[in-house]
Ligand binder design. Sequence first.
Ligand SMILES: [Zn+2]
Length: 250
Amino acid sequence: MSSFQLALVGGFFSFASTGVGALLAPAMGSRKSSVASTHKALDFAIGVMLSSVAFSLLGPGLIQASHSAMLFSKVLLGGVLGAGFVLVLKKAFEASSLSFASREKQSPSKILLAAVLVLHGFPEGMGAGASMAGMSMSAALPLQLGLAAQNIVEGAILALCFVGFGWTWRKSIFGSVLSGLVEWLGAAVAGVGLMNSTALLSPLLAAAGGAMLVSVVLEIYEQTENRKQVSVKPFFAGLALIPLMNTLFA
Ligand SMILES: [Zn+2]
């Protein structure tokens, strides 16, 4: 398979796992304990994201590039661009979400959470595609699993967000499934990039890492507006996922 095709396969996993999460949302949302379980799931996803950033997306790239200032700055630039992408789009959404919020009587932070969940999928999808196309299978599979795990949670939470806006379940699930296309698109773009230069691998992975880091910060920020703390066990379970899988697949 060409690196473009491999990237599409990686992106498909992201799309499919987001869709699975969207379909699971009604089960999560209808239980009495849904608020607590949603928080736990989100904390797990945050742990997985940090784990992916540290052990797959950004950490190894920076260590590998540490012998060359040029390489190091390219990886760093990728990370900054990924982070900047999410921040700039979030800023752009802030104004429109405020007017939407006052019109629809919604909390602006919920709308922004939905926006972040959708938008960070683009660089994250780049990471999913790039890893499948450019990494060894033993390194790519743990990351794919990590991405899928947090996509399931994010797909479910996005659908629940939509339901919170007053959308029907059908429309909410469909909207969340569609959001997975953003990730697939990111994967396709990464595939095109890698076809032209394999040197793009580390910067592309770093871009996904930067986007994830910002999303984690924004999601934690969004959460702490509503409650006091992150639930420790799901968070550390998520954090341990990538090193655990790396050891298993090594
Ligand atoms: Zn994510």
